[in-house]
Design a protein. Structure first.
Length: 94
């Protein structure tokens, strides 16, 4: 192969790549809307023949999981410490 590149649906730019593993250009990815996106890969051989293959993927947002509910550990330790001090004082009075 003489050259390889890809295009992202809705973008007129051609993004060159080498090898078989890589990432989609961040600006091109961020410029797409959520939903189905077609990425077309192209290859040109030494004679000038061009072949292409398209892949349709779904871009979706990843929801941020809610925080795990719980107690403030420092506040809980403080309350337990105060309760312990009162318990010791009460026990020593008798």
């Amino acid at each position: 192969m003489e050259s390889t590149w890809y295009t992202v649906e809705g973008d007129t730019a051609e993004y060159p790549f080498t090898g078989e593993i890589g990432t989609i250009d961040e600006d091109a990815w961020n410029g797409t809307d959520y939903g189905q996106i077609t990425i077309t890969f192209y290859a040109r051989d030494e004679v000038g023949n061009i072949g292409s293959e398209s892949v349709t993927i779904i871009k979706s947002s990843i929801p941020i999981p809610p925080a795990i509910p719980g107690y403030n550990v420092l506040m809980l330790c403080g309350i337990l410490f105060i309760a312990l001090v009162f318990a010791i004082r009460k026990r020593n009075k008798f």
